[in-house]
Unconditional design. Structure first.
Length: 457
């Protein structure tokens, strides 16, 4: 009987421990809010001074401080850690500001991030420079990239799209005003198409001209045809579309020169202003060009096609070099992108400020995307697992980089969003010959259980 009572007494705690272990694996956000957060706060408060000392983040106190401590408490004078601010719990971790002691810099704290992670029992610690002498520690309680949940609050300004989640639980915002052109690389089934899908649907709700070049017969961009102002589905159509885009860019430069009183013969390279300086009623709508599988534009099967290829590459380079001031932005996607594609490939890549590298099949592909801007991010991109589609390493020419993951968005939902926002597409008469034909959806009879299918199915 005594053994039965003991087992019954142990059954409750064991069930609680088992439930906590299951929640930690299946519902990490719930586990963090109920168990992980209190434990991490307790560890942080109890071991803050000793942890900072072990990490080498303390300094000797000033002479006046040491004299005051000896005079008032008569205890041993200990090294001084950075002054800690208020601990702010979040749904994914903690935020805390530190005021650095004299002689410290943010790089000192960043170098100890891994030690702080283990000491306080969190998944990761990220350091952000707030202002001189102050840094913010963002403690992440669990791997937020396993189950992507975008933050509820995000910027919704023009030409800004929260397209993915960073590993520090903040939104990765694709800002075309800051990073005008971007290169997106990734092998088959790496999540490159999902990234493009989220980007198109995010821009669809804004008054932006969307143009697509998809040389895979349009299988990637055709579902968004109702929102696209132009679509080329093979190299021949792309060869006709690109000169029109270059002419549109030149017309916008002429509009800027006319408004500012600049002589009509002034070269575009000498004009430092852009369309955003024009009055709103005269400003042309920004234009985003999506290119899927850019290698198809470089490849030729016969010598007679080389001239057409060279013309297209030259036009792409012109758009990348001069398009930003005219409000024309490029989103170039492919599996590989390097000098082996042919003349002009390296020059075009140099104009693409933003870089997104999904899982790739070899290290050379990762170096093509990140090697020239963030060499230390190459190994991180090579370590992306195949079972985590959408996981990528993002960087820019400033040298900074981080890991992101795109949330899942079904093709049917993306196509429905584009159909619902088709009326927002700005009118560009020059692109009307390239506007894709949209098959009307079949009418559903009243009372029928059948649902209309997207155009691509």
């Amino acid at each position: 009987m005594t053994d039965l009572v003991t087992l019954a007494e142990l059954g409750g705690p064991l069930a609680v421990l088992g439930g906590a272990a299951y929640a930690r694996h299946a519902y990490p956000a719930v586990y963090w809010s109920t168990v992980g957060l209190p434990l991490s706060v307790a560890r942080l408060l109890a071991s803050y001074s000793s942890t900072m000392d072990a990490c080498g983040l303390t300094v000797e106190p000033s002479r006046w401080r040491a004299l005051a401590v000896r005079a008032t408490t008569r205890r041993e004078v200990r090294p001084v850690p950075p002054r800690r601010g208020i601990i702010r719990p979040t749904s994914t971790g903690l935020r805390m500001r530190l005021r650095l002691v004299p002689g410290q810099e943010p790089a000192d704290v960043a170098a100890s991030a891994e030690r702080l992670r283990h000491a306080w029992g969190v998944h990761a610690v990220h350091v952000r420079d707030v202002k001189p002498g102050v840094v913010e520690l963002r403690l992440v309680g669990f791997d937020v990239l396993q189950q992507v949940r975008m933050p509820r609050r995000s910027d919704s300004r023009p030409l800004q799209v929260p397209v993915a989640l960073r590993e520090d639980a903040t939104a990765f915002v694709r800002d075309y005003r800051t990073v005008p052109h971007e290169l997106v690389l990734g092998a088959t089934l790496s999540g490159k198409s999902m990234y493009l899908r989220n980007l198109v649907t995010g821009l669809a709700a804004q008054p932006v001209v969307l143009v697509g070049i998809d040389c895979k017969r349009g299988v990637e961009l055709a579902p968004f045809a109702s929102r696209l102002s132009a679509l080329a589905t093979d190299p021949d159509q792309a060869a006709e579309l690109l000169p029109v885009l270059v002419k549109e860019m030149e017309d916008r430069y002429d509009l800027i020169k006319t408004r500012q009183g600049i002589a009509p013969g002034t070269a575009e390279e000498l004009i430092t202003s852009d369309i955003w300086g024009l009055p709103e009623d005269e400003r042309p709508a920004p234009l985003v060009l999506f290119i899927d599988e850019v290698a198809e534009l470089f490849m030729v099967a016969a010598r007679k096609e080389e001239e057409r290829r060279d013309e297209m590459v030259t036009q792409l380079i012109r758009l990348a070099q001069l398009g930003r001031a005219a409000g024309i932005y490029l989103e170039v996607c492919g599996q590989r992108f390097g000098a082996e594609l042919g003349k002009g490939a390296t020059m075009l890549r140099a104009q693409l400020t933003g870089r997104v590298c999904h899982r790739v099949n070899d290290e050379a592909s990762a170096k093509m995307a990140l090697g020239d801007i963030a060499p230390e991010a190459v190994q991180a991109s090579c370590a992306v697992a195949p079972e985590l589609p959408g996981l990528a390493v993002v960087g820019d020419t400033s040298g900074g980089w981080s890991r992101i993951r795109t949330p899942y968005l079904s093709l049917a939902d993306a196509a429905a969003t584009c159909r619902a926002t088709a009326h927002l597409a700005p009118d560009v008469p020059a692109l009307n010959p390239f506007r894709p034909y949209v098959t009307p959806l079949p009418d559903v009879a009243p009372g029928s259980m059948a649902t209309a299918r997207p155009v691509t199915e």
